[in-house]
Design a protein around this ligand. Structure first.
Ligand SMILES: Nc1ncnc2c1ncn2[C@@H]1O[C@H](COP(=O)(O)OP(=O)(O)O)[C@@H](O)[C@H]1O
Ligand SMILES: [Mg+2]
Length: 439
């Protein structure tokens, strides 16, 4: 089988590595890829947002299946385009990608189908948004969200009226995110631990992946501005079996059924961003693709053939398929460039990756890297995702940070507490089971 992966980040590197493990896969091509993906796949210089370019690449490389990594091409209709031209694709069509590309669509969809989520208002003008913010019913903190895609920067958890007003001004008046700010969702602030729950679906059958947790804020203890994600971990402690069943039954199945019933069946990887509240799990948002960095900890835990899974998603034959997942834990620490998530430096020489990968439990996924002659240099805000697998979360965290300590580039920074909430959750579960609280 010959597979084309679309995208150039750490998620795509993890997708490429998972596909290469399949004995059925003879060739993996990546468009456009990066300096590390080039070691594992044939990288071709075609933009991830160029539909005709991707179709041409698929045809000229005799590709059997295209896996689309990022949300932007899906929101712009890449799956529709490839499908219409007879190329099998993993990823939803444009109408189904609205679950991510429009937060207004997602919230109204959840309301129509009784899917648990934060109470909300949709506002199409800044005046309407200001009225909601100033109404006596508005309880703080209050969450203001730009409707459209904003690269993880369009959500503000406002502690007071002034902060909420500023968010509306930036999104709707100054139009920091362009047309993504035509409308806003203003919603209730939920409390609890977050979880990323991703499933594979062919539009009918749902096959869950293991759960993960992202770390969005820049600094330790979730301080500082939000980023694309500074690290992630995946262990079975994040969602216990009962919560997992509840999420599948109350969130995932009604979503897949509801999208099909509304004439836009969802085919691909469906990601529910959840808040685990005292009132049960509630949806913060949907994404329509594998998470990044979550993919860097989820895919290494897959023991079954990922190419076979992708083939079944595209062919609509997921029924009865049950992949095997490792019970081990995985941790990914993102190494970022100086200045990220603001303007950052590029072209800094990276050293130590080979030494880090001498540990067989370590995989270094590349995000913003580029080859410059014989050397590898930084070429993005998030540069590397250093992932380690361990018998338990503690072992995985230790191995990941030991690997991080071997890698160097000028201005490199990273969070030191990736996995800490999971370690606290595990010790709570152990204590409860000793005390007989969990049966
Ligand atoms: N209703 C909410 N209550 C509390 N926190 C929220 C809420 N909605 C979003 N957040 C916080 O903001 C982050 C980003 O919001 P999200 O809806 O996932 O948008 P995006 O990923 O597109 O930026 C979430 O991961 C969560 O930490
Ligand atoms: Mg999110």
């Amino acid at each position: 089988m010959r597979i084309l992966v679309v995208g150039s980040g750490g998620r795509e590197h993890a997708l490429v590595r998972a596909l290469r493990r399949s004995p059925r896969v003879s060739h993996v091509v990546c468009a456009p890829g990066n300096g590390g993906i080039a070691r594992d796949a044939l990288c071709i210089p075609v933009s991830a947002n160029d539909n005709p370019g991707i179709l041409h690449a698929a045809r000229s490389n005799r590709i059997d299946l295209v896996v689309v990594g990022p949300e932007a091409p899906l929101a712009a209709g890449m799956a529709d385009y490839l499908d219409a031209n007879g190329v099998p694709v993993v990823g939803p069509r444009q109408a189904a990608a609205r679950l991510e590309s429009s937060k207004v669509f997602a919230k109204e969809f959840m309301a129509r189908h009784g899917i648990p989520t934060a109470a909300f208002h949709v506002c199409d003008t800044a005046e309407a948004a200001m009225t909601v913010i100033e109404s006596s019913a508005a309880a703080y903190p209050l969450v203001v969200k730009a409707d459209g895609l904003a690269a993880g920067k369009g959500v503000v958890v406002a502690r007071g009226v002034e902060e909420a007003r500023n968010a509306v001004r930036r999104i709707m008046v100054e139009r920091e995110f362009g047309a993504a700010g035509d409308s806003v969702v203003i919603e209730e602030c939920l409390r609890g631990l977050e979880a990323s729950f991703i499933v594979f679906t062919d539009g009918k059958t749902v096959v869950p992946a293991v759960a993960a947790r992202d770390h969005k804020p820049l600094y330790d203890n979730d301080q500082g501005p939000n980023t694309g994600g500074m690290g992630a971990f995946s262990t079975d402690v994040i969602l216990d079996p009962e919560t997992t069943r509840c999420v599948i039954e109350k969130v995932i199945e009604p979503t897949v059924r509801g999208m099909a019933a509304e004439g836009c069946p969802f085919k691909g990887m469906l990601y529910a961003g959840l808040m685990l509240t005292s009132d049960g799990p509630k949806v913060l948002e949907f994404n329509v693709r594998m998470g990044d960095p979550e993919g860097q900890v989820i895919l290494p835990r897959l023991e079954s053939d990922f190419a076979a899974l992708c083939e079944r998603i595209a062919a609509g034959t997921l029924a009865e398929y049950q992949p095997v997942w490792s019970s081990k834990a995985a941790v990914c620490v993102v190494l970022a460039s100086s200045g990220y998530p603001g303007a950052y430096a590029r072209g800094k020489r990276i050293a130590g990756i080979e030494m880090a990968e001498e540990d067989p439990s370590v995989m270094v996924f590349h995000a913003g890297t580029r080859r410059d002659g014989e050397s590898l240099v930084t070429d993005g805000g998030r540069v590397l995702g250093v992932t380690a697998i361990g018998a338990d979360l503690c072992a995985a965290v230790t191995a990941a940070y030991e690997a991080v300590n071997k890698i160097r580039f000028e201005g490199m920074h990273y969070r030191r507490d990736i996995g800490a909430t999971g370690l606290r959750q595990s010790s709570l579960v152990h204590r409860q089971s000793r005390e007989g609280v969990c049966q």
